[in-house]
Every structure is written in structure tokens, then in C-alpha cells.
Design a protein around this ligand. Structure first.
Ligand code: NDP
Length: 448
């Protein structure tokens, strides 16, 4: 029996922290986790899960419209934000309960309070209780970054957007990344007037250029407005609750809400990291090695707080690898090659591997195959919205090094296709696979 209160003390019960806690416990470790907000973390409570449910809710706008072309006599429909919001929040409550149950089932002690580090092997809870642990895992995630300008406090972030009292008739969204494009699609489908304001001239930096252009083009056709290279000057709150937004070189805008979607920063402030000598990088993220160990040997970190790839499944992998390595006698290093990703815009994007530009830089000679098509369902619905699939192939080896897709269900299709890319299969392997007809995914094996 060790002299410590616990073998592992985890700070943060989000995706990475919960996985690490329960796996370490299943390997026999005595584990405690502290969570100051809600068990489940960003993904479950105010990220991927409620967002995806809003995406489903929003997409009914198109489905109801298109159903008429498929013979359904659909009466005029009205959308009620309060019903969807409350149902989504109830589902979040249910999932939070399940996460809590999982921890209980694995005999993980949960402290629903803030914890700070007061020594390499010691934490202090908000009520002053000090506990020791042989190892500490930081899994505190990230927090929305809001640029500083007068009146920025009147804007909301992805933390608040799920709780809006009413659906904004006019919403301005700052940023051109994941959250901006996903929520632009959601609010647009609900009938809000949406304007995206971006500091640069590019949306979704890091995604393949042709795919980004296609989303931009479709979004504009759907009525989403874009303003590029425009910084915010100020936001004023008016007596009637509306907001007047002043942008550089633009007339003032009056909107009902401003959503800041300008990136997320690692949650490392005020938890005692610097005081015990944990090194942070210039973004404030915890520096860790490939075993998730920080500069203090007893302190580890996983997930967004390390700012490697800010995606839930990556945090889960890191939590699992940490627990298996340290408590399960199974050293595991996370492989960050070919991590698939998706943007749940309308329509959604799925991608894995190198973009065309990256492949040209890294490999020299590449072959590019594209399929630019209208999904069968869209044709009958009279929806003039084209999907685009793009395959990037290393010309020297025939290996498929990237797949990039925008179109209905692109993330669902991409997840399966990502296995082939991860496995290093070739264009010839794709060609050798018989098409599944009629489907959108068959385009992947018919690329010429
Ligand atoms: P992103 O990093 O995707 O995009 C941030 C956007 O804000 C970019 O357009 C960026 O511009 C701009 N920006 C950054 N800093 C400033 C600033 N100081 N002033 C003005 N504009 C700024 O961040 P999000 O907030 O959209 O999402 C956060 C993270 O959450 C994502 O990186 C992603 O990892 C994760 N996420 C994943 C989702 C998914 O998997 N589907 C969904 C939602 C979030 P520039 O391009 O010039 O840097």
C-alpha cells in the first residue's frame, strides 16, 4: 500500500480525464477526479454532442422543404427553438449522468469542486482539503478565446450559445473556423440572418482549398453573409437589448447576438502549474513528451490542455494511452498520423491526410482525382448543391495520402474511407473495390 491518498489524481472530468480515470481504475489504481463544472467536459456538455443535435435539428429545414418534391404534402411548419434547446439540454443531463455512473462503477472518487496543484504530488480542493497522489493528470481542456475590444463582454461564446433564451433574428459570428461555420449553418437553417466576420480572408484554415471554397460558395448561396479581413472595433448594447457592432471600415451593424468563435486556449491559468515548475509553451499549453509526461515527472497532461490536436477522440486516445502505459503495463504512444476530422457545416466536410497543397510541398509529384457531383436526392429535390470529393495520391507509390469531401453525410463516409488511408492503401486498391450502387460513397472507387 502506498503512502499516497491516491495512485492517480485527475483534474478535469472531460473526455480525456474520464477515459484516463476509468481505465487507470480498471488496471487497479486508486483514482480520484476533480471537476469544478459538470462531468463530461466540453464535448458532452457544451461542444460536440449538443452541437450535433442542433445540426440534426437544423437540417430538418431542408428535409421538410425537399419532402414536398418527394410527394409529401407538408403543411407550413414552424420551428420552436425553446423545444429543441430544452430537449438537447435534457439529453446533455442524461449523458452527464451516464458519465458519472461510469466513474462510480469503476470506483473512481469524484470531487465536484475545483482542485489546484500545490506540490508535485499534492492537490488542494476548494474547501482547503489537501490530498496526495503518486501521479497527477491535468485534463482541464480549453476555453473560448475572446479578443479584447470595447464591449466584447456583450458577445457570447460556444459556452452560452446552447442556452439562448430566444433564437436571434440576426446573428454575427466572429471567426472562420469550425465553430463559426457550424453555427452559421445551424442558425441559417433556423431562419436567422447570419453574418460571419473573419480577421483573415480564409475560412477553415488547414482544410483543402477546393473544399473550403465549395463550402463558402454553398454557404453564400444559402444566404450566409461573409466579411473578410475585418477586425472588430466595439460592441454597444442598446436599450432594446440589440447590439450595435462597429467593425473596421464598415457601417455599424445592428444584431441580436454576437458569437465569438475565435479559437480556444488551453485551460492552464490559476491551477498552480507554474508554481510547481510545469513548463508551458507560448500558447499557455502544457508541454508534454510522447508519454504525456510534463516537465515535472509526477505530472502528466492529456487533451486540449496540451494543444496537440484539439479533438475529442484524440483526447480519449491520449487518456487511454496514459492509463495503459502508466497503470496497465502496456506502453502506448498515440499515433497522430492521418487523424480524420469533420466540420458539421451545411453540408458537412470530412477530411483525412494531406491536402493537395501539403502533398505537393512534401511529396513533389502527386496525382489529384476529383468527383464534382449532385447527390441523387438533391437532384430530385431541385437543390442545386454539388458535392465534391477529392483524392490526393502520391504519384511515386500510388498510395492515397489524402481524402477530402464535402457533401451530404461526408463525415460518415469519410470515417470508413479513413481506414484505407491509415492502412496506406493505394489508388489501385480503391479501384479494385466494386462500387456500391447507387450511393454517394461509390464515387470514391470510381475516381478517374
Ligand atoms: P478555429 O481554430 O477552428 O478557428 C478560429 C478562427 O478564429 C479562425 O478563423 C481564426 O483566424 C480566428 N481567430 C483566431 N484568433 C483570433 C483573434 N484574436 N481575433 C480574430 N479572429 C481570430 O477555432 P474555433 O473557435 O472555431 O474552434 C476551436 C477548436 O475546437 C477547433 O480548433 C477545433 O479543434 C475544435 N472544434 C472541433 C469541431 C469538430 O471537430 N467538428 C467543432 C468545433 C470545435 P485565422 O484562420 O486567421 O487564424
Amino acid at each position: 500500500m502506498s503512502d499516497f491518498d491516491y495512485d492517480l489524481f485527475v483534474i478535469g472530468a472531460g473526455s480525456g480525464g474520464v477515459r484516463a480515470s476509468r481505465v487507470a481504475a480498471s488496471h487497479g489504481a486508486r483514482v480520484a477526479v476533480a471537476e469544478e463544472y459538470r462531468v463530461g467536459g466540453t464535448c458532452v456538455i457544451r461542444g460536440c454532442v449538443p452541437k450535433k443535435l442542433l445540426v440534426y435539428g437544423a437540417h430538418f429545414a431542408e428535409d421538410i422543404h425537399d419532402a414536398r418534391k418527394f410527394g409529401w404534402d407538408v403543411p407550413e411548419c414552424r420551428f420552436d427553438w425553446n423545444v429543441l434547446r430544452d430537449n438537447v439540454l435534457a439529453e446533455v443531463d442524461r449523458l452527464e449522468g451516464l458519465y458519472g455512473q461510469t466513474l462510480d462503477n469503476h470506483h473512481v472518487t469524484v470531487f465536484k469542486t475545483r482542485a489546484t496543484i500545490v506540490g508535485p504530488q499534492k492537490v488542494r480542493l476548494a474547501d482547503g482539503t489537501e490530498l496526495t497522489a503518486e501521479r497527477i493528470l491535468i485534463a482541464t481542456g480549453g476555453w473560448p478565446h475572446v479578443p479584447e475590444f470595447p464591449g466584447s463582454e456583450h458577445a457570447i461564446t460556444s459556452n452560452e450559445v446552447f442556452h439562448l433564451e430566444t433564437l436571434p433574428k440576426r446573428i454575427m459570428i466572429a471567426g472562420g473556423g469550425y465553430i463559426a461555420n457550424e453555427f452559421a449553418g445551424i442558425f441559417n437553417e433556423f431562419g436567422s440572418q447570419v453574418t460571419i466576420v473573419n480577421r483573415g480572408d480564409t475560412i477553415l484554415r488547414g482544410y483543402d482549398e477546393q473544399i473550403r471554397d465549395r463550402l463558402l460558395q454553398i454557404s453564400m448561396t444559402k444566404g450566409i453573409h461573409f466579411k473578410f479581413n475585418v477586425p472588430f472595433r466595439s460592441i454597444e448594447k442598446n436599450d432594446d437589448g440589440t447590439l450595435t457592432v462597429h467593425l473596421e471600415n464598415c457601417d455599424p451593424f445592428i444584431v441580436d447576438a454576437v458569437l465569438m468563435a475565435t479559437g480556444r486556449v488551453p485551460n492552464t491559468k490559476g491551477i498552480g502549474l507554474e508554481e510547481v515548475g510545469v513548463e508551458l509553451d507560448d500558447q499557455g499549453a502544457i508541454k508534454v513528451d510522447e508519454t504525456n509526461q510534463s516537465s515535472v515527472p509526477s505530472i502528466y497532461a492529456v487533451g486540449d490542455v496540451t494543444n496537440r490536436i484539439q479533438l475529442t477522440p484524440v483526447a480519449i486516445r491520449e487518456g487511454q494511452a496514459f492509463a495503459d502505459s502508466v497503470f496497465g503495463g502496456k506502453p502506448t504512444v498515440v499515433d497522430y498520423q492521418n487523424v480524420p476530422s469533420a466540420v458539421f457545416s451545411h453540408p458537412p466536410i470530412g477530411a483525412v491526410g494531406m491536402t493537395e497543397a501539403e502533398a505537393r510541398n512534401k511529396l513533389g509529384t502527386v496525382r489529384i482525382y476529383t468527383s464534382d457531383f449532385r447527390a441523387m436526392k438533391n437532384v430530385l429535390a431541385g437543390r442545386n448543391e454539388r458535392a465534391l470529393y477529392k483524392m490526393v495520391v502520391n504519384a511515386a507509390t500510388d498510395q492515397v495520402v489524402g481524402l477530402h469531401m464535402i457533401g451530404p453525410d461526408a463525415p460518415e463516409i469519410l470515417q470508413a474511407a479513413a481506414i484505407a488511408v491509415k492502412a496506406g492503401l493505394t489508388k489501385a486498391d480503391f479501384d479494385a473495390t466494386v462500387a456500391l450502387h447507387p450511393s454517394m460513397a461509390e464515387e470514391l472507387v470510381l475516381l478517374k
